[in-house]
Design a protein around this ligand. Sequence first.
Ligand SMILES: C[S@@+](CC[C@H](N)C(=O)[O-])C[C@H]1O[C@@H](n2cnc3c(N)ncnc32)[C@H](O)[C@@H]1O
Length: 213
Amino acid sequence: MPDDEIQRYADQHTSSEPPLLAQLNRETHVQMLHARMLSGHAQGRLLSMISHMVRPQRVLELGTFTGYAALCLAEGLAPDGELHTVEFNPELETRIRRYISAAALTERVHLHIGAAADLVPALGGPWDLVFIDADKINNDTYYELVLPQVSTGGFVLIDNVLWGNKVLDSYPVKPSDKDTHAVRAFNNKVQADPRVENVFLPLRDGLLLVRKL
Ligand SMILES: C[S@@+](CC[C@H](N)C(=O)[O-])C[C@H]1O[C@@H](n2cnc3c(N)ncnc32)[C@H](O)[C@@H]1O
């Protein structure tokens, strides 16, 4: 059975997006380049589900884009919990803030504009749930920055770990394709990391679930 048929079936048997997220998803696809970067329906519902399971006090997201995943992750926050999200591109700020406000989350969702590696140390910890979804070549930098700040038993999720299936051995990767080499090396490193347990979910473009021991 083709993968997209399975994906369609999975979408049809996943709870619908809340109306505000459906609007943001549509708006992103109509108005933005690279709209595929947005987590989307099924992955968004998974992020929300994980957040509801963890009931995190503090969530960190690296790579906000239009704010879709941030709003999904915020759905399961503990009653006095907060989410911090970091985005490099200042042109995205107005739209992100508009949606945080429309979701009535201005007190609990904090947007930081700048480079993740510069801003994360000042945000401190502990984090109960981290979503790494920025520039993939730096996955390992972000992982090493945040892992010491993740609570024992806390979770780190890393997106796009299939990297368009280019991580597979059958894909002939060019030496110049630095992103693919970085994603492959990062996935292999986590697999061998005694500090964590991990599950690789082949959902959408691949989501790696990591629990800190
Ligand atoms: C895949 S998109 C994020 C999608 C979003 N998490 C979602 O699921 O809807 C990646 C984002 O990371 C941002 N980004 C790239 N490099 C970054 C950096 N060094 N620090 C922070 N954000 C960065 C990009 O501008 C882009 O908006």
